[in-house]
Design a protein around this ligand. Structure first.
Ligand SMILES: [Cu+2]
Length: 212
């Protein structure tokens, strides 16, 4: 399995995003094929000279009014469906589908060109600082606080969750959970300087017992 792949989701958010992607691919494929069929029929009719008499022009005028009306109605329906889909997807991505429980909290600070990771804990002795590589328990909510000390970076683990920016002077929050054990590659997704391409990260998802 390519752990960098956005269409092989292993996280709560990435699953929703890939569902949306496949849904759109299906709908747009059907629409494309329909348009091509109608286009071929129209070209065929124009070639054979159908509809060139004055009488049939009148009929085709009436028909084109129906077609325009139907197209407008279809656009309205599609817009409403997309609005509803957007609303439902937003609810999913905001974490209402994530597992219950106390999240593992980590503060991530973006630097040119590395990620500083700090595991939050009640007792100071349990706080851990590390760089670039995260270790997380599976099926447990994860809450990342994202900050930056220099320029804007963007934290992105394609197989797990969408991008979220790290902005100087602002703390952003990213919540998700990992559904399968494995190692997942990540990448800074906002151009931040000459070494931007080397600003990688990695998340190792382990069983909760091993994480403790
Ligand atoms: Cu960066």
């Amino acid at each position: 399995m390519n752990a960098h792949h956005v269409l092989q989701p292993a996280g709560s958010d990435a699953g929703t995003v890939s569902q949306l992607w496949w849904g759109f691919l299906g709908i747009t494929t059907v629409v494309y094929l329909l348009v091509m069929v109608v286009l071929c029929v129209a070209i065929g009719r124009a070639r054979s000279g159908v509809g060139s008499s004055p009488d049939s022009r009148l009929r085709s005028d009436a028909r084109s009014r129906i077609v325009v009306g139907a197209a407008m109605a279809a656009s309205l329906v599609i817009l409403l469906v997309m609005l509803a889909g957007d609303f439902l997807l937003g609810k999913d991505v905001l974490g209402e589908r994530s597992p219950e429980g106390e999240p593992v909290r980590i503060t991530i600070t973006g630097h040119q060109f590395w990620w500083q990771l700090e595991y939050d804990a009640e007792t100071p002795g349990d706080r851990v600082s590390t760089a670039n590589e995260l270790v997380e328990p599976v099926n447990t909510p994860i809450e990342l606080s994202l900050r930056s000390t220099d320029v804007i970076h963007s934290f992105w683990l394609p197989a797990l969750a969408g991008k979220k920016d790290l902005i100087p002077g602002l703390t952003n929050t990213l919540r998700f959970s990992v559904l399968r054990e494995g190692t997942y590659e990540g990448q800074c997704a906002e151009f931040c300087g000459y070494q931007h391409a080397n600003m990688r990260t990695r998340l190792k998802a382990v069983p909760p017992a091993e994480f403790e």
